[in-house]
Design a protein around this ligand. Structure first.
Ligand code: DON
Length: 309
């Protein structure tokens, strides 16, 4: 008996889209970033990329959208690739149990963020990437364009401006960490790179491809190595435990895959050794995760049995 099913990904995606058809539109588009608030929550797309980079999709799987915090996975990988475990002296890897933009734990924990996927942790990671490369946002963009083969992947300057204009909470997090000596570069420059990073626009197809190195145990699309097998495992583990904020327990229970969400309504997920998934639907639940996106991933693992458990 084979425990690894022989799957037709296109059939699976078509079935998922049919089963969750009533869900896009539930929840609310992120309203704390005015440039995102007007996006219709009924939109939906989903893509699967296999290890060879063949992509399957349903709905609006080729439509670019605001990746937001999904990009935190890529900046983390780019720092680990350059600086290895040194990062973990600056950022923890425990779930926070708090909303993604919370300040409260930082003071108790001496300015060291709980994990790289809450905003404080992501700011610390982007600061490291800036120190290592001199251009954090540019390094991210170069990586994404190379892995997707899509030179149109870029930043949405309107979204970046909108976030800058409404970025008091992130500015507070960055200045607070700087007061503990935990940020190397000037805070205004860090915020500029962080907001451009969040404003990255790419499609489900692009995101599924860009995440491929986590399914290939650290290997990039061209077969070269970005991360050690162990580092790829570490990122997948932190995605599982911290990738969906204070809903990570529920996400692990329902989906059972490493995943990372963003307030643009995107979620990426990894089946190590097999494939990557990306889903987009802008309606968010109260904890900032896409309602239809989580449901679609839940259906994927239920229909296929492909979870890490
Ligand atoms: O830092 C922020 O507020 C956003 N630009 C990123 C938000 C996001 O997706 C975080 N978590 N969902």
């Amino acid at each position: 008996m084979s425990l690894v099913p022989d799957l037709n990904y296109q059939d699976v995606l078509d079935q998922i889209a049919e089963e969750i058809a009533a869900l896009p539109g539930r929840g609310r588009s992120a309203d704390y970033i005015p440039a995102l608030a007007g996006i219709d929550p009924h939109r939906f797309g989903m893509a699967i990329a296999d290890l060879d980079g063949k992509v399957y999709g349903v709905g609006e799987w080729q439509t670019p959208f605001s990746a937001q915090s999904v990009t935190k996975v890529f900046t983390l990988a780019l720092v680990l690739a350059r600086d290895g475990a040194a990062l973990w002296e600056h950022v923890g890897r425990e779930p926070s149990g708090n909303p993604f933009n919370s300040l409260v734990q930082l003071e108790y924990e001496n300015g060291i963020p709980r994990n790289p996927f809450i905003n404080a942790g992501a700011l610390a990671v982007t600061d490291r990437l800036q120190a290592l490369t001199g251009d954090a946002a540019g390094t991210l963009l170069e990586f994404l364009r190379a892995e997707t083969g899509n030179c149109e992947v870029g930043f949405d300057e309107e979204v970046a401006r909108s976030e800058t204009a409404n970025g008091d909470r992130n500015a507070a997090l960055a200045h607070f960490m700087a007061s503990y000596g935990r940020i190397r570069g000037p805070v205004p420059r860090l915020l500029d790179h962080y907001f451009r990073q969040c404003s990255t626009v790419l499609s489900c197809a692009d995101l599924a491809l860009a995440t491929g190195f986590l399914a290939r145990h650290g290997l990039l699309a061209d077969g070269s190595r970005l991360l050690t097998r162990s580092e790829a495992k570490q990122i997948n583990a932190v995605m599982m435990t911290c990738g969906t904020y204070d809903a990570a327990g529920d996400f692990a229970y329902r989906v059972g895959l490493p995943g990372k969400s963003g307030v643009g309504g995107g979620i990426i997920a990894v089946v190590p050794g097999r494939c990557t998934l990306a889903v987009w639907s802008p309606g968010l639940d109260e904890r900032g995760n896409s309602v239809a996106g989580v449901a679609a991933l839940d259906r994927f693992t239920t229909l296929t049995g492909l979870s890490v458990f």
